[in-house]
Ligand binder design. Sequence first.
Ligand code: GDP
Ligand code: MG
Length: 370
Amino acid sequence: PEAITVQELANRMAEKGADLVKALFKMGMAVTVNQTIDQDTAELLVTEFGHNIKRVSDADVELELETAEDSEADLQPRAPVVAVMGHVDHGKTSLLDALRGSGVAGGEAGGITQHIGAYQVTMKDKSKITFLDTPGHEAFTEMRARGADVTDIVILVVAADDGLMPQTIEAINHCKAAEVPMIVAINKVDKEDANPQRVRERLLEHEVIVEEMSGDVQDVEVSALKKTGLDELIEKIQLQAELMELKANPDRAAEGTVIEAKLDKGRGPVATILVNRGTLKVGDVFVVGAESGKVRALIDDHGKQVKKAGPSMPVEVLGLSGVPMAGDPLQVVDSETRAREVAEYRSSVLHQKRTAQAPASLESMFSALK
Ligand code: GDP
Ligand code: MG
C-alpha cells in the first residue's frame, strides 16, 4: 500500500513515465520507471505536476492487488487497441462496421455477429487490430478516470461535409490529455459538399497538424459508406502501432479490464474483458472489481468458445459472482479464498462509501492517488 512504481503513478496521472523520472531526479532521486517510490514522494510528485491528491483511507489502498512487473525479456508484441471518437452522426458506427468487414484473413468478413463491446480483426498480412466497439467519449473518459488505459490509438472521425463540431473538439482534448495518439479519418468524402481540406485547416486551429499540412498526425480520407480509404486507414493504424512498440508478457497470470458487463438471463453475470497482459484461461480464479469468480467459459467475438485469451484479446467471461462495472480491473489470483476475500472487502468498502458519503466517487475506491 505504501509503495507505487513510477510508471503506475505516471499512468494514473496521465503523464509520461520519463517526465516523472526527470522530476524525481531534480528532487535528488535517481530511479527508473519500474522502481517503486513511497507514498510521500508520490504525493509530492502529484502536487508537483499540478494534480490534486485524492487521498482515501489507508484501508482503501489495500483494495489494489500488488502485481509483479514484467521484465523486458518476457515481453512480446501485442495487437493495438483502437477506439473511434468523433461527433455524433459523423460515421463512427459506420466506420467500425466497414473496418470489421475489411478483415479478410480466414474469410472473416461478416463473421463477427456477436456484440461483445470489442472485437479483433485479422488483417491480410495476418496482423491483428483490436477495436473497441464502444464509441462514446464518456466511456473513454470514465474508464481513464478509473485508471483503465485500454486504448492505444484513437481514430478521430470527422465528417468532411460537416467539419469540426463540439464533440470533435472534445475528443481532440481527451486525446491530448491522455496522450493517446490520434489518426484523423476524414469521412463522407463521397458527398458532394465534402471539403476535406477545410477539415485539415480547422484542425490546425486546435493544434492538430496533419501530415497533409506537414504535421505528424496521420490523416486519411475515407468513405465508410462507399468503403474507400479503408486499407490506407488500416495501414496507418499499423504504422502507428509499430512506432509504439506495443508489448505485453503473455506468460503470466492474466490482468484485464472490463469493457462491458451485464446480467444475462441464461448465462448469469457476463463480462467482456480485454486482456492487458498474461493469458486468461478456463478454470482461472479471479477478482474483478468487487466481484470474484472462476472462469467457466471464455467466448470470443465470433461467439466461439475458446480455452484461453492472450494480450489485447477481447473475450466474454462466464463464471462471475456478480456484475462488475466497465473499467474494473480483472486479476487472476492463486486461490478462491483469496479472490472472495478481496472481493468481499472491496464490496464492503464500496457499500460503506456509498452510505457514508453521497455521491460516492467510484474511481476513488480503486485509486489512492488521482
Ligand atoms: P455515428 O453517430 O458517428 O456513429 O454515425 P453513423 O455511423 O451512425 O452515421 C450517421 C449517418 O451518416 C448514417 O446515416 C450513415 O449512413 C451516414 N454515413 C456514415 N458514413 C458515411 C459516408 O462515408 N458517406 C455518406 N454519404 N454517409 C455516411
Ligand atoms: Mg454511432
